[in-house]
Structure formats: structure tokens, C-alpha cells
Design a protein around this ligand. Structure first.
Ligand SMILES: Cc1ncc(COP(=O)(O)O)c(C=O)c1O
Length: 381
């Protein structure tokens, strides 16, 4: 480790000789030899990109072994989506894709729409996802939309912990989705913003992406490290590209390099260094996986505690969806008037859609939140 006291006590050298002596002194610290503020390569820090793709696709991913995976370090998950969208508009299925339909789940993270629209796509559609009555996945609606989508349409799929519903397809359901997508030649663009936060396991949360790769799909996967590393403002993301073969990926990356050059020129290093150092050291990697699991387990505990309180209070309706949903968000099923009651009367703040952020629940406020939901549901129809 660098001895930072040395740095604080440093008196500025006056002569060239003193400068040189100073420089020599710091050469003993490897960090000083490695770290600097030079620009990173346009596509980003190689060890970050490789490790980020490795955690998305798995240690023994055949696609990585076959050399048909590439990646672009990006400004958060949003940047990965935007670079991917730009590329698709320019080069997917010909070189004018403004009319290619882009399918976004209903509902979805609202930026999906805007990112693809700003990248020039004119036909952004929704696919069925949330069944409000059932408070769960509308699998049949989703599959029907895939069946009737024009061939080569692009589907944005949440890799895990769907935002905002907290409802993910099961592995069996993913298999059905993949089968239709393959038959209909639909392009999967995964958005993986919460790997590790849904189940506590990186591998489980990447199951869908890895399954699609094993089925031979070419795909994109936008990864965000904002949440699972708590590096929101460092803007750390990665776009993993899985192609047919090494040559294809090389050509895709060369075009992506051109897009990055005119977008942010080259990415920032601080966050990427933190992630790369953590993912490439077995000891730090284990420690981080433990941290992610702690976060996920806390959310899972809050879910079961909230559900059991509502059931104990006899709050009208069913509350199993609270524990069936995963990740940071939950669609409570509260209607807009009940949400208004929660905000105005109880000062519990949630989205008009009824979405709550589970991270806001603690052992100290659980009782109050449960009683308030009970009141809202019983008083307001
Ligand atoms: C589904 C989804 N995708 C992407 C992002 C963007 O992540 P980032 O902040 O890393 O750009 C978010 C952030 O909320 C998200 O929920």
C-alpha cells in the first residue's frame, strides 16, 4: 500500500535535482508506476472489460473460450445501452434501422424509451409484461407479442430484478421466451443493472443471459456497476457483445470504437479501476460477493417481514407478490389514490405506480409502513 503520510508531508522540491530524488523515492511504490491520469484507450480499461464480461457470462463461458466476446467500457449502464443502440441503428440488419421496431417491457425503466429514441429509432413499442390483476408476469401476453413482432425486431430484456415490477421470468419461462425469439429471429438486448442484488448470487442472476448464449444467440448485454458496487457517480458500465465468431466481434468493436470516439471519446478510470481490481483478485472478489449477498439478503428479509405483518394485520388482498418479487423494487398493488394517502397522510414516499424501493424499509420503520398500507387499503378504495 502507498504510505499516504509521505505524500502529506512532502515539501515541494525546489531544484531539478530535488525533483529527480523525489521521483526516485516514489518509484518503490508499484501503484505510482501504474496509476496516472493519462487517457484510457477508447474502448476502456482492458482488465475491467474482460472481467465485467466474465461475471456476466460465467468463468467457463464457451463464448469467451471461443474468442467471440468483446466489450466496451461505458458511462454506467445507460452508456452501454446508448452505445449499443447507436450501433444497432447504424449497422444492425443493414445500415438504416430507424424503422426497426424496438420492444420495451410494459412497464419498464423509463429511460429505455428515451435512449433508443434519441439514438434515432422511430418505432418503439411495448410488450406485455406485468399483469396487474395477477400481480405477476403476463407470460402469455409477452409470448404473443414476440410471436407477432416483425422478424429482427430488438427486444430489451431485464436480465434480473426487473425495474420497476421486481418480477422476473423463471428459468422455465426464459426457455419459452428464448425458443420464440430464436424462431422469430428477434435480437435480445439484455439490461443487467442489478446482478447479485436479486438473489444474492452473481451466477443465478446471470442465468438468463448465459442461457441465451448457450442457445447460440448473438446478443448485447448492458451492465451497470452503479448498484452492486455502490459506484453510482463514478459511471461504471460495460457493454458485452456476444457475436458469431471472433472476426464478427472485431468488426463490431471497431464500429463501436468510432461511436465512443464521438460520444465521450474515452471513459473515466477511477470506478473501472476499483471494479477491475476487485474482480481480478480472488480474495477481493470473494469479499465483494459476500457484500452483495448481505445486501440482497437484507432486502429478502424486509420483504418477508413486510408480508407477514400485512397478513397478520389481515390487510385485504393477497400479499404473496411481495416475497415473490425480487430486487430493489416492489409493485405493491396500491392504486394512485392509496399512494396519495400514503404520501399525504403518512409521509411514506412511493411512486404513483405503487412501486416502493425495498431498500427504504428497515426493522425500525416496518411496523409503521405495514400499518400505513393497511390503513390506505382499508380506508381508500
Ligand atoms: C433497468 C436499469 N437499467 C439501467 C440503469 C442505469 O444504470 P446506470 O446508473 O449505471 O446508468 C438503471 C438505473 O436505475 C436501471 O434501473
Amino acid at each position: 500500500m502507498v504510505d499516504w503520510h509521505l505524500v502529506k508531508e512532502m515539501k515541494p522540491p525546489q531544484t531539478q535535482q530535488e525533483w529527480e530524488a523525489e521521483f526516485q523515492k516514489y518509484q518503490q511504490f508499484p501503484e505510482f508506476k501504474i496509476l496516472n491520469h493519462e487517457y484510457l484507450p477508447i474502448l476502456g480499461l482492458p482488465e475491467f472489460r474482460a472481467n465485467a464480461s466474465r461475471i456476466a457470462l460465467g468463468d467457463d463461458s464457451p463464448a469467451i473460450k471461443e474468442n467471440r466476446v468483446g466489450s466496451v467500457q461505458s458511462l454506467g449502464g445507460t452508456g452501454a445501452l446508448r452505445i449499443g443502440a447507436e450501433f444497432l441503428r447504424r449497422w444492425y440488419n443493414g445500415n438504416n434501422n430507424t424503422a426497426t421496431p424496438i420492444y420495451v417491457s410494459a412497464p419498464s425503466w423509463e429511460n429505455h424509451n428515451s435512449v433508443f429514441m434519441d439514438a434515432g429509432f422511430k418505432d418503439i413499442r411495448t410488450y406485455h409484461y406485468w399483469d396487474a390483476a395477477k400481480r405477476g408476469l403476463d407470460l402469455q401476453g409477452l409470448l404473443n407479442d414476440m410471436e407477432s413482432a416483425p422478424e429482427f425486431s430488438v427486444f430489451i430484456l431485464h436480465a434480473c430484478a426487473h425495474n420497476p415490477t421486481g418480477t422476473d421470468p423463471t428459468p422455465e419461462q426464459w426457455k419459452q421466451i428464448a425458443a420464440v425469439m430464436k424462431r422469430r429471429s428477434l435480437f435480445p438486448f439484455f439490461d443487467s443493472a442489478y446482478q447479485g442484488f436479486a438473489s444474492g448470487s452473481l451466477d443465478k442472476d446471470a442465468w438468463a443471459v448465459r442461457f441465451f448464449v448457450s442457445e447460440g444467440f448473438e446478443l448485447f448485454c448492458a451492465q451497470s456497476f452503479s448498484k452492486n458496487f455502490g459506484l453510482y457517480n463514478e459511471r461504471v458500465g460495460n457493454l458485452t457483445v456476444v457475436g458469431k465468431d471472433a472476426d464478427n466481434v472485431k468488426r463490431v468493436l471497431s464500429q463501436m470504437e468510432k461511436i465512443v470516439r464521438t460520444t465521450w471519446s474515452n471513459p473515466p478510470s477511477q470506478g473501472a479501476r476499483i471494479v477491475a481490481t476487485t474482480l481480478s483478485s480472488p480474495q477481493l472478489f470473494d469479499e465483494w460477493k459476500g457484500n452483495v449477498k448481505t445486501m440482497a439478503d437484507r432486502v429478502l428479509l424486509m420483504r418477508s417481514e413486510l408480508r407477514s405483518r400485512l397478513e397478520a394485520l389481515g390487510t385485504p388482498g393477497t400479499w404473496n407478490h411481495i416475497t415473490e418479487q425480487i430486487g430493489m423494487f416492489s409493485f405493491t398493488g396500491l392504486n394512485p389514490k392509496q399512494v396519495e394517502y400514503m404520501i399525504k397522510e403518512k409521509h411514506i414516499y412511493l411512486m404513483a405506480s405503487g412501486r416502493i424501493n425495498m431498500c427504504g424499509l428497515t426493522t425500525k420503520n416496518l411496523d409503521y409502513v405495514a400499518k400505513s398500507i393497511h390503513e390506505a387499503v382499508t380506508k381508500i378504495q
